[in-house]
Design a protein around this ligand. Structure first.
Ligand code: PLP
Length: 471
């Protein structure tokens, strides 16, 4: 009944071959799925199988039912949202993690799961040139969370524990990811306890407005306790003034969380550190997603705290059945106390494999190529007066629209490009205007793919209105 080791070997090879073939043919597939709602379910039997089926049938259905219902996030023509890359070593790391099938909730439930994670996150403090206080060898430490959303939730809970008391209020900009509001709701603080601070013309948090709100809340007898600054906002990669925000938070005893989900990993390139890391030594917690731009497949959020005791005291509950000598010795990390769930996957394995396969220089080369292609696309946009940038250009993101044209035309342009199946773009709204986002951060995207999406944009953009002369 169980798959025998021999069958596992055979089917395992088939699956790896299937994945390799999928990745090879990605460029030929239309990037976005065109199925109608309900199509995928309509292909599936109404009832679960009563008897086991041949593995070959399942693989065949992968091609027949699943692939047509996919948006191909690994396609070189994927320019939407933020990238969610995977890579060969990451896929294999994920497979190994499933193969080992271990749980890393306590150090004692698999010491290697915990120690590899702690070690690799310390490596990353060095590779990204993050403040020393995030290292596990001091008061802080890093942990892999499933998502940036979970990371900010843990930060909010730790900050609440540190602040104590009632009438707590937090701050973040109007451009911050919705996960911060969600964290406030989950933590029982309510969305009304989160002040949305206005932004400046570059969509970065307006410091004077933050100062005024904090003063107002103090005057009203409330306790400011948490602030989330964003380095690389989801809409336009805007960068909040972290140092100035951090100085204010220090003075006020406010926990500062910095969310750099997309861009943070780019600090592996020294040239981006002044932009991305300035003021981070003032942060109480920090997160960046290896599962966006660092070629590690979802899920792999890197989350660091400067004072791990604050996090652990807010999340630790110790039932009798988890007591063990190693935990009681105080000499080990039990990551269950650093996250919401108890169980945890061996996520460090895929991160470790990616770091070892590419090396820091290999990863830098990939990121630099994306940044350089983005700079080039920026010059193309600037040279065509039918287009205009609607936000300052980001490291790997351009937000733009049609100049002097109604939003509907920009929206139609995006739809026309997406309908070709050769490229996939998504949008945002900036200052109320519809903006196409061109995100150049997919591992398989080469210069020719960026040239092609630009060609498609030019082909489908309306010609400028001609000023007709009276004769
Ligand atoms: N924060 C920022 C700035 C993001 O851009 C995103 C997602 O794009 C998130 C948080 C949420 O990420 P996750 O899916 O890891 O929760």
């Amino acid at each position: 009944m169980h798959m025998t080791p021999e069958e596992f070997r055979r089917h395992g090879r088939e699956v790896v071959d299937w994945i390799a073939a999928y990745l090879e043919q990605l460029e030929e597939l239309p990037v976005a799925s065109t199925v109608e709602p309900g199509w995928v379910r309509a292909q599936l039997p109404e009832h679960a199988p009563e008897h086991g089926e041949p593995f070959a049938d399942v693989l065949a259905d992968l091609d027949r039912v699943i692939v047509p219902g996919l948006l191909h996030w690994q396609s070189p023509g994927f320019f939407g949202y933020f990238s969610a890359n995977s890579s060969g070593p990451s896929i294999l790391g994920e497979l190994l993690s499933a193969g080992l099938g271990v749980q890393g909730m306590l150090w004692s439930t698999s010491p290697a799961v915990t120690e590899l994670e702690t070690h690799v996150l310390d490596w990353l403090v060095e590779l990204l040139d993050l403040p020393e206080r995030f290292r596990s060898t001091g008061t802080g430490g890093g942990v892999i969370q499933d998502s940036a959303s979970s990371a900010v939730l843990c930060a909010v809970i730790a900050a609440r524990e540190r602040a104590g008391g009632a009438a707590l209020v937090g701050y973040t900009s109007t451009q911050t990811h919705s996960s911060v509001e969600k964290a406030f709701r989950i933590a029982g603080l309510g969305a009304e306890s989160l002040r949305l601070v206005p932004v400046d013309e570059a969509f970065a948090l307006d410091l004077d407005a933050l100062r005024a709100l904090v003063a107002e809340d103090h005057a009203a007898g409330l306790t400011p306790f948490f602030c989330c600054a964003t380095v690389g906002s989801t809409s336009s990669e805007a960068i909040d003034p972290v140092r100035a925000i951090g100085e204010l938070c220090r003075r006020e005893g406010i926990w500062l969380h910095v969310d750099s989900a997309m861009l943070g990993v780019a600090a592996i390139c020294p040239e981006h550190r002044p932009l991305l890391n300035d003021g981070l030594e003032l942060a109480d917690s920090y997160c960046t997603n290896a599962h966006k731009w660092l070629l590690v497949n979802f899920d792999c959020t890197l989350f660091w705290v400067a004072d791990r005791a604050a996090l652990i005291s807010s999340l630790s509950v110790l039932p009798e059945y988890l007591r063990n000598a190693a935990s009681e010795s105080g000499a080990v990390i039990d990551y269950r106390d650093w996250q919401v769930p108890l169980g945890r996957r061996f996520r460090a394995l895929k991160l470790w494999m990616v770091l070892r396969h590419y090396g820091a220089d290999g990863l830098r080369a990939v990121l630099r190529e994306h940044v350089s292609m983005t700079r080039e696309a920026e010059t193309w946009l600037a040279a065509d007066d039918r287009f205009e940038l609607l936000a300052p250009p980001g490291l790997n993101l351009l937000c733009f629209g049609l100049r002097n044209r109604p939003d509907e035309e920009t929206e139609r342009l995006m739809a026309a490009v997406n309908a070709t199946g050769e490229a996939f773009l998504t949008h945002t709204k900036l200052d109320g205007r519809f903006a196409i986002r061109l995100m150049i951060g997919s591992a398989r995207t080469e210069r020719r793919h960026v040239e092609r999406v630009w060609e498609l944009l030019q082909q489908h953009a309306p010609e400028p209105a001609r000023i007709s002369s009276p004769d």
